[in-house]
Design a binder for this molecule. Structure first.
Ligand SMILES: CC(C)(COP(=O)(O)OP(=O)(O)OC[C@H]1O[C@@H](n2cnc3c(N)ncnc32)[C@H](O)[C@@H]1OP(=O)(O)O)[C@@H](O)C(=O)NCCC(=O)NCCS
Length: 171
């Protein structure tokens, strides 16, 4: 697999992030945002890059260019995170999406999350296959064209990460 670094979003990523979003095909934009975003507005960029006590955002980087993004949001319940992920078209299908999700959930679990939620368009077969592979016990609820996924976060992954030298909180 081509080498990528997965790391938290940081200041200075704006220009690369704008290129990443604008470079997504309309199809990929629609699967991720449920609509095309064309030239992404500054407000969308800000929302996707925000990192605070409730929000986490990771990018996959190859030779200085962003090729994937994943984010989580913790709502009122501290043990539950909503996530979303997108990989640029040319990088789809080589395992980058699952790597982004694993890292994101490891970081969320360290902060106390035990369940994960994800909204996916009903036509998004690749994402639904990924979900079934990652979380065979996930609950799927169909709601006007989209599928609301809820699953338990695997604690075993978290414990393995905590024992490893590099912390996913600082990856
Ligand atoms: C959904 C998405 C995030 C998945 O990420 P990805 O990196 O493409 O995920 P995968 O690499 O697992 O792709 C899936 C395929 O690659 C295969 N694959 C995974 N690792 C592989 C590897 N190392 N070598 C070869 N093939 C591999 C998987 O078996 C899988 O095959 P399938 O689609 O026939 O089931 C990505 O396709 C995407 O950005 N889609 C648009 C946005 C979106 O749908 N987001 C989800 C809603 S928020």
């Amino acid at each position: 697999m081509r080498r990528t670094q997965i790391r938290p979003v940081r200041c200075g990523d704006e220009a690369a992030f704008r290129r990443f979003l604008a470079g997504l095909s309309l199809h990929t934009q629609t699967l991720r945002f449920f609509t095309g975003v064309g030239r992404p507005p500054a407000s969308l960029l800000t929302a996707l890059m925000a990192v605070d006590e409730r929000r986490d955002a990771l990018v996959a980087v190859h030779e200085g260019e962003i090729v994937g993004h994943a984010m989580s949001y913790r709502g009122a319940r501290a043990d539950d995170v909503e996530i979303a992920v997108v990989v640029t078209d040319q990088w789809q299908g080589i395992g980058l999406g699952p790597r982004l999700i694993d890292t994101l959930l490891t970081r969320a679990a360290i902060r106390g999350a035990t369940t994960v939620g994800m909204d996916v368009l009903g036509e998004n077969r690749r994402a639904l296959r990924l979900i079934r592979r990652a979380w065979p016990d996930a609950k799927l609820r169909v709601s006007s064209g989209s599928v609301e996924v809820t699953a338990m976060i695997k604690q075993a992954v978290v414990f393995a990460e905590q024992r490893s030298v590099g912390s996913p909180l600082t990856a």
